[in-house]
Design a protein around this ligand. Structure first.
Ligand SMILES: Nc1nc2c(ncn2[C@@H]2O[C@H](COP(=O)(O)OP(=O)(O)OP(=O)(O)O)[C@@H](O)[C@H]2O)c(=O)[nH]1
Ligand SMILES: [Mg+2]
Length: 375
């Protein structure tokens, strides 16, 4: 039986060979919708199989998890060693596929503990099941941040073809970088066909295209509201809802061996990317890399204050930006939310020191918090 990958390849070939004109428009739309649908089936397969059952078993720890993704020998393990101050067992060597497992390390930064996951170098076609590719990529569906890494070659040059592949592989497994979930409202109805309302001009979708995509998912009655200029992929992401939205940035490693004229070209070459040049070997920009990572994760520190006592300023609770008292309670212990009465908060999120707040109150970095529970 053909695999999902084979079916995608067949349809892509068919799409390529179809000359667009007004007679073929309908079949082109159907083909595109079919391909997109199969791609998402692949995502489901990957996330449920975790790459074939022998997935990496790394216990999550720390306040957040961040994964490295890059081709072999780009310097992932070297950087992991640098960032963790050597608190990891990841081996470094001058040959490809030195790392064959998911190796964790802990980076400590201003009372935050970030678990970094070193991964084997990916190869082209990882998401289509080559090597341990799927397992590697499956790990990246569950992290709080992703560091993509590319490097200068022996001649001191940098090309972006590998970055394109990395991004495509992540896309294929349903990982969306640096973006919010699509803002499309879908209300399923029992009758009335497909209704569409738009607050903005749609430049990537026509009503016909929307209907074709929906019919691929057997949706014949629904009311759609587009709040932004969405793409066909956005629509499918919304229907399926199985994508991960992860903050990410690009590390340009081995800057120590870069040709000066190549370095000068970097701002132009990497326009639109969130990137940082570093050297794992000389340590150049490693502190800046730590800072960048922390900023990207957008974490906040909450200091817990026991009733009538001073707050513990040494061990903050680390939460994601935008977190509420409810999130704080859940992080401490599930009983905290269940038996919650009210809380008092001091700091940026409080209207006045010691403001009484409830579960939906949003916290800010540096807040001090006392939780009162039912006896
Ligand atoms: N010149 C230079 N060499 C580096 C740098 N970082 C790593 N290397 C070298 O690149 C080679 C590969 O480094 P690793 O850290 O093992 O690379 P990796 O990405 O973990 O490789 P795999 O585990 O095989 O995927 C080693 O010989 C490192 O010494 C750097 O910043 N500059
Ligand atoms: Mg390695």
């Amino acid at each position: 039986m053909p695999t999902t990958e084979d079916r995608i390849a067949d349809l892509e070939a068919l799409l390529k060979s179809t000359i667009p004109n007004k007679h073929t428009m309908k079949s082109i739309l159907t083909l595109r919708a079919n391909i997109a649908k199969l791609r998402r089936e692949l995502v489901k397969e990957i996330s449920s199989r975790g790459g074939g059952g022998t997935g990496f078993s790394v216990k999550k720890s720390g306040d957040a998890q961040v994964g490295f993704i890059g081709f072999p020998s780009t310097g992932k393990s070297t950087l992991l060693n640098r960032l963790t101050g050597g608190h990891t067992d990841s081996k470094v060597a001058a040959y490809d596929f030195t790392t064959v497992d998911c190796v964790p390390g802990m980076m400590n930064y201003e009372k935050m503990r970030i678990q970094l996951l070193d991964l084997p170098g990916i190869i082209l076609g990882a998401s289509r099941g080559k090597g341990r590719g799927r397992e590697i990529l499956a790990v990246l569906r569950s992290v709080d941040g992703i560091m993509m890494i590319i490097d200068f070659d022996f001649e001191g040059r940098l090309t972006l073809d590998r970055l394109t592949i990395i991004k495509q592989e992540l896309y294929n497994i349903g990982v969306r970088l640096n973006r919010k979930p699509p803002n499309i409202g879908i209300k399923y109805t029992h009758k009335g066909g497909i209704g569409m309302s738009t607050g903005v001009k749609l430049t990537h979708l026509t009503p016909d295209y929307v209907r074709t995509i929906l019919s691929e998912y057997n949706i014949t009655n629904a009311q759609l509201t587009f709040y932004e200029d969405s793409t066909p992929d956005d629509l499918i992401d919304s229907i399926l809802g199985n994508c991960q939205y992860v903050p990410a940035f690009l590390i340009v490693n081995k800057i120590d061996i870069a040709r000066p004229d190549e370095v000068a070209k970097l701002p132009e070459l990497l326009k639109g990317e969130d990137w940082i040049p570093v050297s794992g070997v000389t340590g150049y920009n490693i502190d800046a890399l730590r800072e960048k990572l922390i900023k990207k994760l957008d974490l906040i520190r909450i200091f817990l204050k026991p009733r009538d006592k001073e707050p513990d300023m040494n061990k903050p609770l680390i939460l994601k930006s935008g977190a509420t008292i409810h999130d704080a309670c859940n992080k401490i212990h599930k009983d905290f939310a269940r038996n919650f009465r009210f809380a008092k908060v001091w700091g940026k999120s409080a209207k006045h020191p010691g403001q009484v707040v409830h579960l939906t109150h949003q916290l800010c970095d540096g807040d001090v918090l006392t939780i009162f529970m039912r006896a």
